[in-house]
Design a protein around this ligand. Structure first.
Ligand code: ATP
Ligand code: MG
Length: 417
């Protein structure tokens, strides 16, 4: 026998029990998005590499070292498996002129790919739900996005906390950048390799470092908050007032910068201390420059993305994961005539909307009943020679008591529903 081939490192199979949990999560999410008026967008998983370089920024973890990029040998194009969804959403909005008649509320879900070191809560293929409000510039939409997250956490039975910051506008960031470079230049010996490399290309990114050795120099760094212009300050205050008015508490974290270049003004992260180092379950903010940067007519925008694996892990620690349901019925049958009757009964039950597993592969009643038990079905429907002759079925609960009743199939369907 040859060696079995394994899945690619950091990329997980979804086995049925897990998939059913995901589906329960997804149905809550779809209903939540519908209630806020967001509509689903589906974009390809492969994009031109240039899209991500332009959107996310050349000097970022993602573009520098995490992208799955390859040359399509059939035509020489350089392509990348999407590492996030915002760039594609904005590309699609521009390409299809979605903003011609005003703002659009959109969402997407699906796999994302980043070549990171796999660990709990960090995978090479992971999944996000992302929400983008394109074409809206006011603090009301920033607050809407955050308030709707808080609403979802309640529906999911979890309670991450909100960290909030503002990155101001381009001028504020320019002033801050100069002060930041001066600060780090005074402490060159304390900068790690990434920090030194980014000092002049993207010093803001240094603040986002996950290296604990960088914590003290980052804590002492000048704050963007102190450079804010009036408009950004008013915007930020507007967001905070709306959050407070709608019962969402937050902590202002002046060090929060986010790992992607396209953000300005409001940025936020929902974090938990229940998941170890991978504690951010949802992150987002405003990115007013991105539409223009990708070649569209200038339009403000804001959004967020959440990591499904981390949210489900958090639901698990909170005991909030719903148990996957088994089928309604497992049909046990023996004998040729019984089998023919069983097929008809199964068809009628399925047509009535019941989930029916038909025993396959023969065997004694006893062994079939064992299979019925392990199937987690609510009921066994038993069809032997007697039932085949009379056209009845025997219905036996697999959950409560041991009582069984012999009824005609229509009555069985009524009882099961
Ligand atoms: P981190 O700081 O943990 O690397 P990030 O800032 O790179 O996260 P974003 O690009 O903001 O993450 O993505 C939004 C969310 O997607 C994250 O908050 C997280 O929940 C999830 N996520 C990001 N990268 C991964 C990954 N490799 N595996 C699983 N989930 C991820
Ligand atoms: Mg990351």
């Amino acid at each position: 026998m040859s060696h079995p081939i394994q899945s690619v490192r950091g990329m997980n199979d979804g086995l049925p029990d897990t998939v059913e949990t995901w589906q329960a999560f997804e149905s809550i999410v779809r209903d939540w998005l519908r209630r806020y008026g967001y509509r689903e967008l589906r974009t390809p998983i492969l994009e031109h590499t240039g899209l991500f370089k332009r959107a996310i920024g050349e000097v970022t973890d993602i573009v520098e070292k995490e992208m799955y990029t390859f040359v399509d040998e059939l035509n020489g194009e350089t392509l990348t498996l999407r590492p996030e969804g915002t760039a594609s959403a904005v590309r699609a909005a521009i390409q299809h002129n979605l903003l011609y008649d005003g703002g659009k509320r959109l969402w997407y879900t699906g796999p994302m790919f980043r070549h990171e070191r796999p660990q709990k809560g960090r995978y090479r293929q992971f999944h996000q739900v992302g929400v983008e409000a394109l074409g809206f510039g006011g603090p009301d939409v920033d607050a809407e996005l955050i308030v709707m997250c808080a609403d979802l956490w309640r529906a999911l039975g979890i309670a991450p906390t909100l960290q909030l910051n503002t990155l101001g506008d381009a001028e504020a960031r320019q002033r801050h950048r100069a002060k930041l470079i001066a600060h780090y230049e005074q402490h060159l010996d304390l900068l790690d390799e990434d920090g030194r490399r980014r000092l002049h290309s993207n010093p803001l990114r240094i603040l986002d470092s996950k290296n604990p050795a960088m914590a003290s120099i980052n804590d002492a760094a000048p704050r963007l908050m102190d450079e804010l212009g009036d408009e950004s300050r008013v915007h930020f205050e507007g967001v905070q007032a709306l959050l407070t008015a709608n019962g969402v508490s937050f902590e202002i974290n002046p060090r929060l910068v986010r790992g992607l270049d396209y953000y300005n003004r409001t940025v936020f992260e929902w974090v938990t201390d229940q998941l170890g180092a991978q504690g951010t379950v949802c992150a987002g903010g405003r990115y007013d420059g991105l539409v223009e940067q990708l070649g569209g007519k200038p339009a403000p925008a804001a959004g967020f993305a959440m990591g499904i694996e981390r949210l489900l892990a958090l639901m698990e620690t909170a005991g909030a994961v719903p148990e996957a349901a088994g089928p309604d019925v497992y049909i046990v049958h023996a004998g040729e005539q019984a089998a023919a009757h069983a097929w008809r009964v199964a068809a009628a039950m399925r047509a009535a909307g019941l989930a029916v597993v038909m025993h396959a592969g023969g065997g004694s009643f006893k062994s079939q009943m064992k299979k019925a038990d392990t199937s987690r079905a609510r009921y066994a429907v038993i069809i032997g020679d007697d039932e085949a002759v009379s056209g009845d079925v025997t219905l036996k609960s697999l959950r409560v008591g041991t009582e069984q009743v012999r009824v005609d199939p229509a009555r069985a369907i009524e009882l099961l529903k």
